[in-house]
Design a protein around this ligand. Structure first.
Ligand SMILES: [Zn+2]
Length: 63
């Protein structure tokens, strides 16, 4: 599952499909993005936000 950030509300959003659409500059890969708040967008892949990253850093007790 590919995750990104909703351009409208900033919540997590899922990339549900990808398609190559023709444009004046040649074919551009677009992705359909559906957010947890049910916003959806078709955006060029290059304009998608980077996936949310939650680094799992183990908490070491300070003893
Ligand atoms: Zn949203």
């Amino acid at each position: 599952m590919d995750l990104t950030t909703c351009p409208q509300c900033g919540n997590a959003a899922e990339i549900t499909s990808r398609d190559v659409l023709e444009s004046t500059d040649g074919p551009i890969e677009h992705a359909k993005v559906v957010c947890v708040s049910q916003h959806w967008f078709v955006l060029p892949v290059a304009s998608l936000a980077a996936p949310l990253r939650h680094p799992t850093r183990p908490q070491t007790p300070a003893i």
